[in-house]
Design a protein around this ligand. Structure first.
Ligand code: SF4
Length: 382
């Protein structure tokens, strides 16, 4: 079994105590029928939920899975969901791009997005005929909130000769104004592609300044960016990396490219959430730390029982708004439905389709580590 070693104050485990109250409030009990139907699920979360706590969680899990069947619905669970959601009710699991592809392909009529609002919008953009629900409308994202469609219109007025790439962590309005989207799995590929297509030595990559700096270090293309940041990943720094190495000799340090460049310089490996999970699965380091959202370690640990995980506990407050309770209520009341104006959806889809038309990478691209951080310019809109 993987050991989870907290560095820092320790992570809250999933939601068993809250789930007990929640199940009771919804008239759900741990009956013999529930027990029989959920016993086989318990081993999937036994590292996170004790046998004493399981009777509180199982009724909600059972009812969600029953409702999904009744309503022809699926739950798309992002890598940052807690293990109770990720492993027990998620029908498809992965990063935002993998989930969006699943949204387009699933035969289900309803999608419950266990993730944040821009992800639900992306599902709706790609699957307009389906009902897309987000369990909590307040599940936002500091990156998506950092820029508007109007900001991008001003950028394009000021820099008409440069293509504008948006990271997928933006609203549909922003995507609708950009030429192409990218993810942290393919950002360098997209930047180099649009530079060739536009015959430009410069590309604008919004809104994540750290992702942009990390991509700039990997390519000869000049990159301009926007002062957005992920409030979870921007908390990491090179001193954290040094402290982790000192406290845990031999640990492999894996970083997400939303971290500041000095973190990637000091890390052993860097890439998207899929790339990080793939690295652990392929290489089975004896001890590893994932410099990304905290629940990711729990979910990757469950797949890799031979690897020990040191967990720096940086939780995303937006992702953590999604719970078993509000997934249940979302299915019961068919709330909150995500809608997008059709002309915005069509233009946003063009930006996503431009990315999806690129040759599919065999696996998510890794970022080279050990590179000296690069200072790059911010765009001006005034
Ligand atoms: S982890 Fe960062 S990028 Fe992801 S949803 Fe939270 S704030 Fe946004």
């Amino acid at each position: 079994m993987a050991r989870l070693i907290d560095s820092g104050p320790g992570c809250p485990t999933p939601t068993p105590l809250r789930a007990a109250n929640a199940a009771e409030a919804r008239g759900l009990e741990y009956t013999e029928e529930v027990k029989a139907a959920t016993d086989e699920l318990y081993p999937l979360v036994e590292d996170f939920i004790t046998p004493m706590e399981w009777p509180a969680v199982a009724p909600l899990v059972h009812e969600i899975n029953r409702l999904k069947h009744e309503k022809n619905a699926v739950v798309l669970a992002h890598n940052y969901m807690t293990p109770d959601i990720f492993r027990l009710v998620g029908d498809f699991r992965g990063d935002s791009l993998q989930l969006a592809r699943e949204a387009a392909e699933t035969g289900a009529g309803t999608i419950v997005q266990a993730g944040v609002h821009f992800m639900a919008e992306t599902s709706k953009i790609l699957a307009p005929e389906k009902t897309v629900l987000i369990p909590d409308l307040e599940a936002g994202c500091s990156l998506a909130a950092s820029i508007t469609g109007e900001d991008v219109r001003l950028i394009k007025q000021r820099y008409p000769d440069y293509p504008v790439v948006t990271y997928v962590n933006t609203t549909a309005d922003v995507k609708a104004e950009c030429h192409i989207t990218c993810t942290s799995s393919n950002a360098s590929q997209v930047v180099e592609h649009v530079a060739r297509e536009w015959d430009s030595d410069t590309v604008i990559l919004v809104p994540d300044q750290y992702l942009a700096k990390n991509v700039a270090a990997q390519t000869d293309i000049r990159i301009l960016t926007w002062p957005g940041a992920c409030e979870v990943h921007e908390l990491f720094n090179a001193e954290d990396v040094a402290a982790l190495r000192e406290a845990h000799p031999g640990v492999m340090i894996l970083a997400h490219p939303e971290c500041p460049p000095d973190v990637l310089e000091a890390a052993d490996f860097a890439g998207s959430t899929s790339a990080l999970a793939g690295y652990v699965g392929d290489n089975h380091p004896s001890k590893v730390v994932l410099l990304t959202e905290c629940s990711m370690s729990d979910n990757v640990a469950a797949e890799n029982p031979d690897v020990d995980f040191v967990r720096p506990c940086n939780l995303c407050p937006h992702m953590k708004r999604i719970t078993l309770e509000n997934i249940h209520d979302s299915l019961v009341e068919m709330k909150h439905e995500v809608t997008i104006e059709e002309d915005v959806r069509i233009r946003a889809k063009q930006a996503i389709d431009a990315m999806l038309a690129l040759p599919k990478l065999e696996k998510p691209a890794a970022f080279e580590t050990g590179l000296e951080p690069l200072d790059i310019e911010l765009v001006e809109t005034a």
